[in-house]
Structures are given as structure tokens and as C-alpha cells.
Design a protein around this ligand. Structure first.
Ligand code: FMN
Length: 228
């Protein structure tokens, strides 16, 4: 079996919002899809360990913010590599509460969808929540971010909680400028590409990055990076 066939499945990039007893939380998911047209229903696969899972289970509703291609890695790191158990993810982003109370991210968002859970499918590590769409809207122009774009252009990774998580692949032969991996989130610093969002030009080795430089995904210091 060649599991790399699974990498050929296409996805988008979304922030799933949920609420429980007045509290709000959200997480990145790539596994959103439309199930039926009449009535409009959508589904998302959520890891049972995630706080968002508990909020959707208890609250019975969720929102989907469709991310723009321009969404920065910091935003993806905040919602995709940190748990709402440790950090208030909506603290300094712009969002609104929908009629059902779920938070909807407004930054770097092209479209928003609100759904009421109708069915849950237990899939072992994950639950698939199927929700009937109660409202949806386009809020900005521009291309949506795809999962492929996140991986190939932004250099992003998927954490273990993501259903599409892949074990590390065999290493490439060493090159003159070494690539380094963030031991917290798995982001790869590739000196050939630099870190445009962090103001680092292509060609700068990790060793020469300024001391204040931090991982663009999870905000960890340079010292946690190890050679790939
Ligand atoms: C690119 C990407 C895709 C992800 N896709 C999913 C997904 O489809 N389902 C899921 O449960 N977690 C997914 N995750 C992981 C969650 O976003 C992550 O575990 C998050 O920290 C959970 O936060 P919470 O505990 O506040 O709910 C993904 C993360 C990234 C970065």
C-alpha cells in the first residue's frame, strides 16, 4: 500500500468555531465538505482530544470560516497548533458572534458558514459532525487557501490531531544549507526560501537568523529547531 496516494486528496483550509456555555473556541481543519444540497449540509472531522470537539458536542453547532490564501502562518499556528485549553485564540483577532452564538473569524476570511449539528459519526480518534447550514455568506474577494498551497507554498505541516497527519518521510540528502525542523510544531525552516513573512530573505541559514526570530507557525524560539 502506498500511503502517499492519500496526499493526492484535495482540501481547503478552515477555522471551525464553536461555543459552550458562553465560552468560545476555534481550530483549524482541512476536512470540511458539503454533504447534501437540499437541505444544505456540511461535515467536518474533529479529533476527540480537541477542545473544539467538546464544544461542538455540547453546543450542537459550529461555524466554518473559509481562509483566504493570504492568511499568515501565525494565524494558522494559533488556531492549528495551540489548544484553547491554554490560550484564548480569539483574543486579538477580529470575529463576530453569529445568531447561534458561535464565533466567526473575520480576518483573512473569504466566506462564513454556520451549521447546526444533525448527526455525529464516531470514527475512532475522530468524530464526523454533520451539520445543517443555518446561514452562510461571502465576506471578501480573493482566492481561498487550499491545503496544497499551505503545504507547498507556505511550508506548513499538519499536527498529529489532523486526520491527514503523515509520519515523517525519509530524509533528503544533506545540502550545503541545512533545513531545520521546529520540534514544537514541525515547521521546516528552509534557508533556500527564507521566511518572507518574518522579513528573512532567501539564502539566510538558520544560524544567522537574528535572535528575536521565532517560528512563524507556533512562535517558538530558534533554539528548539533541530536539523532535518
Ligand atoms: C493544516 C492543519 C489541518 C488540520 N486539520 C484538522 C482536522 O481536519 N481535524 C482536526 O480535528 N484537527 C485538525 N488540525 C489540528 C487542530 O487544528 C489542532 O489540534 C488544534 O490545536 C485543536 O485546538 P483545540 O484543542 O483548541 O480545539 C489541523 C491543523 C492544521 C495545522
Amino acid at each position: 500500500m502506498d500511503r502517499s496516494a492519500l496526499h493526492k486528496i484535495s482540501y481547503g483550509m478552515y477555522v471551525i468555531g464553536a461555543t459552550r456555555e458562553g465560552e468560545i473556541n476555534g481550530q483549524i481543519a482541512n476536512t470540511v465538505f458539503q454533504v447534501t444540497s437540499e437541505p444544505a449540509t456540511i461535515a467536518v472531522s474533529i479529533n476527540k482530544d480537541n477542545l473544539t470537539h467538546a464544544f461542538i458536542s455540547d453546543g450542537g453547532k459550529f461555524s466554518v470560516s473559509v481562509l483566504a490564501q493570504s492568511a499568515p502562518m501565525e494565524l494558522i499556528g494559533r488556531f492549528g497548533f495551540k489548544s484553547g485549553r491554554e490560550t484564548k485564540k480569539f483574543a486579538d483577532v477580529s470575529y463576530r458572534r453569529a445568531a447561534t452564538g458561535v464565533p466567526i473569524l473575520l480576518d483573512y476570511t473569504i466566506a462564513v458558514i454556520e451549521a447546526a449539528v444533525k448527526k455525529q459519526l464516531d470514527c475512532g480518534t475522530h468524530t464526523i459532525f454533520v451539520g445543517e447550514v443555518v446561514d452562510c455568506d461571502i465576506i471578501a474577494d480573493g482566492p481561498c487557501m487550499t491545503y496544497e498551497y499551505y503545504h507547498s507554498v507556505k511550508g506548513g505541516k499538519s499536527p498529529k490531531a489532523a486526520p491527514t497527519h503523515q509520519q515523517d518521510q525519509p530524509k533528503e540528502p544533506a545540502t550545503a544549507k541545512k533545513r531545520y525542523v521546529c520540534s514544537v510544531c514541525g515547521y521546516v525552516y528552509d534557508p533556500e526560501k527564507g521566511d518572507a513573512e518574518g522579513g528573512v530573505a532567501a539564502g539566510v541559514p538558520l544560524e544567522e537568523l537574528p535572535d528575536g526570530w521565532v517560528c512563524p507557525v507556533c512562535g517558538s524560539e530558534k533554539s528548539v529547531f533541530t536539523p532535518e
